[in-house]
Ligand binder design. Structure first.
Ligand SMILES: Cc1ncc(C[n+]2csc(CCOP(=O)(O)OP(=O)(O)O)c2C)c(N)n1
Ligand SMILES: [Mg+2]
Length: 303
């Protein structure tokens, strides 16, 4: 191993040299770090297993990998308070849902469209995860559509003087949809307790960001919306995402838009949708997982 660097294998036999994950000045308890690493590692195993199910034509009729999005998804999932807040995840939010309270079995039952699937009894598309019993909401596959549902729920929360939060998560391309603007505009006007999390991987399927939006950081499209607080972070870095999503960032909660930025050169490399045809030997991005392992489990006995 090169000194001060991390080694990660992408595809079999490939060795990628990585810079250590910057902690951005955030101090995290070792037990919390270990929990983060365990969840990230488990999520990656499920994600890779899903791609195998696709290749075997056994499941995941639809698979959108969360690889490269894990930083923001882990912290989003852990920010969600089970049975209290309302989470509206999108089809790429597997890590979010794992961290938020779906079990491995529940995720796999969704992927295999089993009647026991807690979200829809196997009737919804795979990778569209939900668990209504703890308030992880079932959403449609019309991208970004659930931003309106989240704004509506936030309106109810405010009407009932609740302290719950509605989280809506989607990709940067979905932000081009008119209903996302309606949701953010309405939430801004009524100052609703809703957080819109924009996971910016700079592509909407194969359409690059410069053909989607004038602002590469699409959250900046909402800068003129009075009461909207815009928070930016590196969504590939759990520490930076933790910094950005600290509760105080959202107090008082108005309407916050949190884009994730994947730095140039570290763009997610797994195809947006792993089809049977395309699922090949694309390297899996590290997302700081290997680097985090060193911090979370420095003793050999734990590795
Ligand atoms: C309303 C609507 N339009 C088009 C589609 C087809 N579609 C599915 S995923 C996708 C790209 C979404 O890209 P983005 O929002 O950036 O999310 P990403 O998959 O990159 O995370 C599109 C256009 C759709 N599902 N719903
Ligand atoms: Mg995208």
């Amino acid at each position: 191993m090169a000194s001060g660097k991390e080694i990660n294998s992408g595809t079999a036999g490939e060795v990628v040299t990585l810079e250590p994950l910057s902690d951005k000045g955030i101090s995290v308890h070792p037990k919390t770090l270990a929990r983060w690493y365990q969840t990230l590692h488990l999520g990656r195993l499920i994600d890779m297993r899903a791609a195998t199910y696709v290749r075997q034509a056994k499941g995941w009729s639809y698979h959108s990998s969360c690889a490269g999005h894990e930083g923001i998804q882990l912290i989003l999932g852990l920010s969600f308070r089970q049975g209290k807040d309302f989470l509206f995840p999108y089809y790429r939010d597997m890590m979010t849902c794992l961290a938020a309270g779906l079990s491995v079995q529940e995720i796999i039952e969704n992927g295999l469209s089993k009647p026991s699937d807690v979200g829809s009894g196997g009737r919804h598309m795979s990778n569209h995860l939900s668990k209504p019993s703890i308030r992880i909401q079932n959403v449609s596959s019309a991208t970004g559509n659930h931003s309106l549902h989240a704004a509506g729920v936030a309106r109810a929360i405010k009407s009932y003087n609740g302290d719950e939060i509605a989280f809506a998560s989607f990709g940067e391309s979905a932000v081009s949809e008119g209903f996302v603007y309606e949701a953010i505009s309405g939430a801004a006007r009524e100052i609703l307790p809703v957080i819109f999390v924009i996971q910016n991987n700079k592509f909407g399927i194969s359409v690059p960001i410069n053909e989607e939006s004038a602002n590469e950081n699409v959250a900046k499209n909402f800068e003129g919306f009075k009461t909207v607080k815009i928070v930016s972070c590196d969504g590939t870095n759990v520490f930076d995402t933790k910094r950005a999503t600290a509760r105080r960032s959202f107090t008082p909660i108005a309407c916050a838009s949190t884009p994730t930025a994947i730095p140039t050169g570290r763009r997610r490399t797994v195809p947006p949708k792993r089809s049977r045809k395309r699922s090949g030997s694309t390297p899996w991005p590290d997302s700081g997982i290997t680097s985090l392992r060193k911090r979370a489990a420095p003793k050999p006995s734990l590795t």
